[in-house]
Design a protein around this ligand. Structure first.
Ligand SMILES: [Zn+2]
Ligand SMILES: [Zn+2]
Length: 339
């Protein structure tokens, strides 16, 4: 079993543990999954040498799971967790294959933060990390001004960031930085930046962050208005949920997703392990009404770009093929789509 395959199993275990409210153990599994993707250790050799526990963060429990994965290609722990969550749907699902993301055609991440807002790294460091992963492009999508704690960007700072990104693109080789924003969806469905500012960006992600507990009819209106906005390309983490700690917004998902499909607005599968939003179930609904998806890390640091490796199983579970995921587009195709 390749480290990527094993990581996908561990990531799904972490996801299900979060649902059960066991954030502590979920984080332990996520940490090991991240390490497998990053360092690509030889699991077969470690298993033979009885040395799985020599991997950082691997105690006896995770070692048992890894050993079973190496020996049998399956995890009875994961199967038990799936059954616990939803006997009908998850027990049937076939095991999935996972090969390294870029070899599968993934070309770039469209949701990442930098130290211009609440990220921990510079634009250039994020771009270099994307390049190291073999990406063709990376969209920098820092926050809009409304949520002051994240130091969101208004029109002037966005213009300054654009100059820096243009400069960086001249110096970089092989990866292109797109300038975007993660703009807040206000309570009335309007956006937290003026239209002319949004029009100047390469990509606009509109996300709900506050007042997620609005009554469903009002929330539906709010989301429909955001989807209908002429400059919105992607709806970021469409429910705002945090499995195990915060339920997401409730609205008429079918109506909003149908409208998105009609208008060519893409729905995000935010692969941050703390979010996994859309859920596999809602992603399946979105796929059934014709939506396209963006599979993003929502990284706030370079090493978080690998969150997409940990989240891709969601798209598979939803039945969303690669032709439905815009991160498979070449840069020129993507730009044409975003125009
Ligand atoms: Zn967000
Ligand atoms: Zn974000």
């Amino acid at each position: 079993m390749s480290p990527d395959q094993a990581a996908a199993y561990l990531a799904e275990i972490a996801y299900l543990l979060r649902h059960q409210g066991d954030g502590h153990r979920a984080r332990a599994f996520t940490r090991v999954a991240s390490l497998l993707v990053r360092d690509r250790p030889d699991l077969e050799a470690l298993r033979k040498a009885n040395a799985l526990e020599s991997l950082e963060g691997v105690g006896s429990g995770i070692a048992r799971t890894l050993a079973e994965l190496v020996d049998t290609g399956r995890s009875s722990y994961l199967e038990r967790l799936r059954l616990d969550l939803d006997k009908a749907e998850h027990a049937e699902s076939a095991p999935f294959e996972l090969s390294p993301l870029v070899e599968m055609g993934y070309r770039g991440d469209l949701h990442a933060h930098t130290d211009w807002s609440d990220g921990g790294a510079s634009v250039i460091d994020m771009a270099l990390a994307a390049q190291a992963r073999g990406y063709e492009y990376l969209a920098i999508t820092d926050h809009s001004p409304r949520i002051t704690v994240v130091n969101g960007l208004g029109p002037e700072r966005l213009a300054a960031q654009r100059r820096l990104i243009d400069q960086a693109n001249q110096e970089l080789n092989g990866v292109t930085i797109l300038q975007g924003v993660e703009v807040d969806i206000n309570e009335d469905g309007s956006l937290d930046l003026p239209d002319e500012t949004l029009a100047a960006l390469d990509i606009v992600i509109a996300s709900p962050h506050v007042k997620l507990r609005m009554e469903p009819a009002a929330m539906t209106e709010r989301m429909l208005r955001a989807v209908a906005h002429p400059h919105v390309d992607v709806i970021g983490h469409p429910t705002g949920r945090r499995p195990g700690s915060r339920a997401g917004a409730q609205y008429d998902f079918e109506a909003v997703f149908s409208c998105a499909a009609e208008r060519g607005v893409v729905l995000e599968i935010d692969c941050d392990p703390a979010r996994m939003d859309l859920s596999p179930e809602l992603a399946r609904l979105a796929a059934s009404v014709g939506c396209r998806f963006s599979l993003d890390s929502d990284a706030h640091a370079p090493d978080q770009l690998l969150y997409v490796d940990l989240g891709i199983w969601t798209a598979r579970r939803a039945g969303a093929g690669q032709d439905r995921i815009i991160n498979w587009l070449r840069l020129a195709e993507l730009k044409e789509m975003l125009e």
